[in-house]
Ligand binder design. Structure first.
Ligand code: DLL
Length: 432
């Protein structure tokens, strides 16, 4: 099975544009008629739905930001009355304001369709056994992939996250072929497998669908080798539905955005100006077929690039590159922009795992960067001279990657807390 919906996933660019134009006009009208908050924003700019005749007019529409979501919390952006809604999902609110999103039955169906497309793109079919080890509940990871797997007709194990030994037992005993969880949890499961003396040959897994947080190519290779699988990236956010907004195919070179449901744009995060294809900038989405929670030009704060370059998988939908992190993940240390993923790349290149912690502080008006890194069992030593040498190598690696001097402390294996969901790797004491 190559595609879940071949006619849509491989549609010609002209047809995609036609479909987007048609749906955009309807979505703008729906918002104007039902979302007073956004209607007021349009009126402030002197706009009415008649001013939006095609995608070419999209730039005229005002942006929606996380701040708007906060102001309109909880019901102010709804496009349907509550009685027509069947579900609420929410973010954990770790990076600030909690987001609450609403779904009609139609919205759930399109969300699950996108997740089914993602599973097929990762080599899945109704023959597969899909173990969903994302958290269930308000977090969208579990319910989204669970729904996608059902829609595809795969046997679904709603394992949820946690109880890692049981996860491994299920994979083995229930013959799971596809694992869905955060990349940090996948790394943790892999680590535990190794400890239990298991090799990839002991488990039937062939693929993993990992997302919800930034992860490096090096971490991907690590997980792939430990589990003997192909690891696919999946992206999404609660505001738009959850996982499945975009997903990787066998090429593993960027995630196809479901363009029949969303129009993506890349803007300059400072000026709001739309940037040409290939530029690195903030990702903005306009929903095209949402009933309960339609969002026009929603600023995600995620930083990426878009490419329409032909993909050998045959899918025609635009791709976004792997995220380096969110614009609000980016640390500014002594004036230098630092993404945690850059630090991770240095660590993994020198043979460490993805268990690390970044501690930023300000001492005597100067920012300090401390990186605590766990030694792997293979690298573990209690010889101080050796440890000093290893630390110095990491300091060098970080200096050439970031242009910054960091302090590195190596710690014993298993001393940094593992994550079953999204890992919290940065502790910025300057904000406290
Ligand atoms: O994390 C939805 C999701 C669940 C996606 C399961 C993939 C898999 P939120 O909790 O609302 O939703 O967080 C959304 O997480 O704006 C990104 O900053 C980040 N994010 C999501 N997927 C990726 C990814 C879910 N593949 C926020 N790579 C987004 C990097 C990601 N960051």
């Amino acid at each position: 099975m190559k595609y879940f919906q071949p006619e849509i996933e491989t549609m010609s660019r002209e047809k995609i544009r036609e479909l987007q134009n048609e749906r955009l006009l309807k979505q703008v009208r729906h918002v104007w008629d039902n979302v007073a908050y956004y209607k007021a924003k349009m009126q402030e700019k002197g706009l009415s739905p008649d001013d939006i005749k095609s995608i070419d007019d999209l730039y005229k529409l005002p942006f929606l930001t996380k701040d708007d979501l906060r102001k309109a919390y909880p019901y102010g952006l709804m496009g349907k009355p509550l009685k027509d809604c069947v579900r609420i999902q929410s973010t954990s609110g770790t990076t600030g304001q909690r987001v609450v999103a609403f779904y009609t039955m139609h919205d759930i169906k399109i969300w699950e369709t996108m997740c089914a497309r993602a599973i097929v793109a990762a080599g899945g079919s109704p023959e597969d056994v899909v173990q969903v080890s994302y958290g269930y509940g308000l977090f969208t990871g579990g319910p989204g992939l669970n729904g996608g797997s059902h829609m595809l007709g795969s046997l679904t194990i709603p394992a949820s996250s946690g109880n890692t030994d049981r996860q491994i037992m299920f994979i083995k005993d229930l013959q799971a072929t596809i694992l869905c969880c955060t990349p940090s949890y996948a790394a943790f499961i892999g680590e535990r497998m190794k400890e239990m003396g298991m090799t990839p040959d002991d488990i039937p897994l062939k693929a993993g669908i990992f997302g919800a947080e930034a992860w490096s190519e090096e971490m991907r290779r690590d997980i792939e080798a430990t589990m003997g699988i192909k690891a696919y990236d999946i992206y999404g956010l609660t505001e738009l539905c959850g996982p499945g907004v975009s997903f990787e195919c066998s090429e593993q070179r960027g995630m196809h955005i479901n363009e029949d449901y969303f129009i993506p744009e890349i803007i300059d995060p400072k000026t709001g100006e739309v940037l040409p294809e290939g530029s690195l900038g903030e990702l903005v989405f306009t929903t095209l077929d949402k009933e309960a929670f339609p969002l026009l030009r929603y600023r995600t704060r995620d930083i990426t690039t878009l490419t329409h370059e032909k993909c050998s998988c045959g899918r025609t939908h635009v791709r976004m590159t792997k995220l380096r992190g969110r614009s609000d993940d980016m640390l500014i240390i002594r004036g230098v922009n630092v993404f945690p993923s850059q630090i991770e790349t240095v660590l993994i290149n020198q043979g460490y795992g993805s268990n690390y912690q970044i501690i930023v502080d300000r001492v005597n008006n100067t920012d300090t960067l401390d990186v605590r890194v766990e030694m792997t069992p293979e690298k573990f030593t209690d010889n101080l001279g050796e440890i000093n040498k290893m630390q110095a190598m990491l300091v060098d690696g970080l200096r050439s990657m970031l242009g910054l001097k960091a302090k590195v402390t190596l710690v014993a294996p298993k001393t940094i807390a593992r994550s079953e969901g999204k890992a919290v790797r940065v502790i910025d004491k300057r904000k406290i």
